[in-house]
Ligand binder design. Structure first.
Ligand SMILES: [Zn+2]
Length: 251
């Protein structure tokens, strides 16, 4: 069931129903193809969103989760536009982390244009340590994820710490993002205009993914920052792939 907390290897925790698809859906889809269980949790139903309704956005999010092959997608139903770091919010995320037990957690960047995104980044980063503290929320078994990655949303200049090649899932990622039809440009729509409803927005996302891809010599990539050093067991294996390797020629 998508609407129940289930253990996942990798979980994206974001503010609004379309944030994950726009910023890091490819990394989740890729993890699913590699045999891992992936999940997504949103803080709000996006009720403050200029376009669409809660019901429409919820259906779109469910459809996108199926396109990406997620094991679990949940909404915490906190008030859109009013998120802030608090003891209550941290305890909620400690519960989420302990129920889902992910190794990798993805959150928004700590610097961004939207206050909800910054709030989620702060809440999740403060909850990572607390989730491993047994006497905090004592009714649930402690769990400390291995790493917190902040996706790069592209609205503030940030340097990536790691770049994930998502070329093999680019089409799937795009299909999942475009499930959020209410948020994007539609010919003849009478809804108010927004930044992401600009007809060029999908091209901006494609450009961003191509730019990140260019950093490591692949077609498309998603980029992340992390405050912790990246542990490496085999530095040669890490760099085994040839950047800008040409595709095999047809005989
Ligand atoms: Zn958002």
């Amino acid at each position: 069931m998508l609407s129940e907390f289930t253990p996942c290897d990798i979980v994206a925790i974001t503010a609004h129903p379309d944030d994950m698809e726009i910023c890091c859906g490819g990394t989740l889809a890729l993890a699913v193809h590699q045999g891992w269980k992936a999940g997504a949790v949103e803080f709000t139903r996006g009720e403050l969103g200029t376009r669409g309704t809660v019901a429409i956005r919820s259906r779109e999010a469910e459809e996108a989760a199926r396109v990406l092959g997620l094991s679990c997608r949940l909404n915490l139903e906190l008030p859109d536009g009013h998120l802030h770091d608090s003891d209550e919010a941290r305890k909620l995320i400690v519960r989420v982390l302990r129920l889902m037990r992910p190794r990798v957690v993805i959150a928004p960047p700590l610097r961004d244009h939207h206050p909800d995104h910054i709030a989620v980044a702060e809440i999740v980063s403060r909850s990572m340590h607390l989730s491993g503290v047994a006497k905090c929320v004592p009714e649930l078994e402690p769990w400390r994820p291995h790493v917190l990655l902040h996706y790069l949303s592209g609205t503030r200049p940030l340097a990536p710490s790691l770049v994930v090649d998502i070329s093999s899932v680019f089409e799937q990622r795009t299909r999942a993002m475009m499930c959020h039809r209410s948020q994007f440009f539609a010919e003849g729509s009478t809804e108010r205009k927004t930044r992401i409803a600009h007809p060029d927005f999908p091209k901006v996302i494609e450009g961003r993914l191509r730019h990140f891809g260019g950093l490591i010599g692949v077609a498309f990539a998603e980029a992340f920052s992390t405050e912790e050093p990246v542990p490496v067991a085999d530095v040669v294996a890490l760099y085994a792939r040839t950047p800008w390797a040409h595709p095999p020629q047809e005989p």
